[in-house]
Design a protein around this ligand. Structure first.
Ligand code: MD3
Ligand code: FE
Length: 222
């Protein structure tokens, strides 16, 4: 009998923890083995709630396209940044957050010491080469005691991780397919952003030249 060399496949997926700052950690490779099913779920969500380019309150079109799943979705328009229960494109509720998204976010948060993280919002960002996200804070959530969990899929991106004021220096961190960042506590309001994406090839089953980021948040207190 020949031993099945792939029987314990999960054990050969490379995973490690990289502290980034106080209350912020990178879980390298944490989502890697789940990437195909996560991507399939993203495609299903986008059939009901398509990716779209929001306008910022100041009237600029964002270069990242977005959609959402969960009880609440993050949107932007002339009236400002906020969370809504309905997709403004369809007037319908945002698609339900898939069970696998929920579980992954909760498992990642607990790895970082945040127990019982139950996200009520998942923003899905899609980047193409040239797409970028300017330095900003995530502060539209009411419950700032809860962490944020971010999952990177597809093309690598250079993440800028700043301080509590815009002028403070930034660390640059390369985020690749399957990486997760969890941050909360004293890092919750740090400025951060994504440098313009570069061309590249992406792992199966992704089409080339695209990056997705799932951002799990708790908007309303539990
Ligand atoms: C915030 N998205 O959607 S998430 C966003 O990759 C957003 O699409 C980026 O920022 C993206 O609001 C980055 C990752 C992240 C990581 C560390 C942080 C956001 C952070 C630390 C403090 C505050
Ligand atoms: Fe952000």
């Amino acid at each position: 009998m020949i031993k099945d060399l792939f029987a314990d496949d999960d054990n050969i997926i490379r995973q490690w923890k990289e502290p980034l700052a106080k209350d912020a950690i990178i879980l390298r490779g944490f989502a890697y083995s789940k990437a195909p099913i996560l991507l399939q779920n993203i495609m299903d969500i986008a059939e009901n709630a398509p990716f779209r380019y929001f306008m910022t309150p100041s009237g600029h079109m964002m270069s990242v396209s977005m959609t959402n799943c969960g009880q609440l979705g993050w949107i932007s328009d002339k009236q400002g940044y906020r969370y809504t229960e309905n997709d403004p494109l369809s007037g319908q509720k945002w698609p339900k957050m898939p069970e696998i998204f929920q579980q992954l976010a909760q498992k990642a948060a607990s790895q970082a010491g945040f127990t019982d993280f139950i996200p009520d919002a998942c923003l899905i960002n899609r980047y193409h080469p040239g797409s970028r996200l300017n330095l900003h804070q995530d502060k539209n959530e009411i419950d700032l005691s809860q962490p944020i969990v971010s999952v990177s899929l597809g093309l690598p991106a250079t993440f800028l991780f700043g301080g509590l004021q815009r002028e403070y220096p930034c660390q640059r961190v390369l985020l690749t397919h399957g990486d997760i960042i969890v941050w909360g506590g004293s890092s919750r309001l740090r400025y951060h952003g994504i440098l313009p994406l570069k061309d590249g090839v992406t792992p199966w089953p992704l089409q080339d030249n695209v990056r997705y980021n799932l951002t799990f948040r708790r908007v309303f207190p539990v």
